[in-house]
Design a protein around this ligand. Structure first.
Ligand code: SAM
Length: 309
């Protein structure tokens, strides 16, 4: 089954936030656009949701949070999802627990990971996360590559006067560890802990993009990945993720999200168009009725940034 929304955008990926808990406290964190609450779905409920999602045409599942590896039942969750049979099962993590879990995750059927990792400098790491887990995170990236999670992507939120000068060191670190570097634009969302940081730290990536165009042997545009650009430089790869005011980013969005309390969320940047799934599941709705809720949520999809006619 192939499903598109009213803007003719195919919908085939689902990002599930399985917890709001996290073991680091990044000052800029948007919590995947979710208003923090203490609620987690059970592995059985997550499995039911992804089974129905597959029936409406979802092909790719990504787990996020909060920190997904903080859940004691993470291996069970991955096993349940991967046994259903998706094109891709991935996870976004801060990497601090990856050293412990990488091999078990591979055995459970996880295909790949994105590791949020912004700096190689211990003081900057502490400033951003309020924790001293730099070495654990570095080790997690290495172990993920060694365990065969592929590709490992390192998500670096680039911030002016915090880490923008580290881009090439980070690239070197990624290349040494078989990872792709993703440079992510700092985003301001309604639920960021405080928005004052944005003006101070937002970094325009135009200059680095110009440099990458000069240095790249090849450039690819990943249409169904929000039109992201991928640059191939000296045996390594760098991707740029620039959502702010980017109509192409929204035009090529293929994603639905699920919040930790079991609501379908059509857009990272909006919280006024959610569709409850968990209560219907608990009230005994059939798969057909749950599919209808997915279709209603897809009907509510709107590009956050759209071209004015
Ligand atoms: N704990 C996991 C992790 O650290 O990757 C998953 C949750 S985290 C909210 C998911 C992604 O959102 C991370 O790659 C993080 O860097 C990114 N992120 C969080 N706040 C952001 C912001 N204000 N701007 C851009 N990216 C942000």
């Amino acid at each position: 089954m192939k499903i598109t929304d009213k803007y003719h955008r195919p919908v085939f990926s689902l990002r599930i936030s399985i917890t709001n808990r996290c073991n680091v406290k990044c000052f800029y964190c948007h919590h995947d656009g979710i208003i923090p609450q203490n609620y987690e779905m059970t592995p059985e409920e997550i499995e039911r949701i992804v089974r129905v999602a597959k029936e409406i045409g979802i092909k790719k599942i990504r787990l996020s949070g909060g920190e997904p590896l903080i859940r004691d039942d993470i291996i069970d969750i991955i096993q349940r999802i991967s046994s259903i049979g998706f094109q891709d099962v991935s996870l976004t993590t801060n990497g601090t627990l990856l050293g412990k879990y990488a091999e078990k995750l591979v055995d459970a059927g996880l295909n790949r990971v994105n590791v949020s990792f912004d700096t190689l400098d211990p003081e900057t790491y502490r400033f951003i996360t309020k924790k001293d887990y730099l070495d654990q995170a570095k080790d997690g990236i290495k172990k993920a590559s060694e365990a065969g999670l592929y590709p490992v992507k390192v998500n670096m939120v680039v911030m002016k006067n915090i880490n923008h000068h580290e881009i090439w060191d980070m690239f070197q670190f990624c290349r040494e560890n078989g990872a792709i570097l993703q440079l992510i634009e700092l985003l301001k969302t309604d639920n960021c802990p405080d928005t004052a940081f944005f003006d101070e730290y937002h970094y325009e990536m135009d200059e680095i993009e110009e440099e990458l165009v000069e240095l790249s042997s090849k450039i690819k545009t990943r249409q169904f990945m929000q039109d992201r650009k991928k640059y191939f430089v000296e045996g390594g790869e760098i991707e740029i993720v620039k959502p702010m005011d980017n109509t192409n980013f929204c035009k090529n969005c293929t994603r639905l999200r699920i919040t930790p309390d079991g609501k379908i969320k059509p857009c990272l940047l909006k919280n006024d168009n959610l569709t409850d799934l968990i209560n219907p599941i608990r009230q005994g709705y059939s798969d057909e009725e749950l599919k209808k809720l997915f279709l209603d949520a897809i009907e509510k999809r709107e590009p956050f940034y759209k071209e004015e006619c």
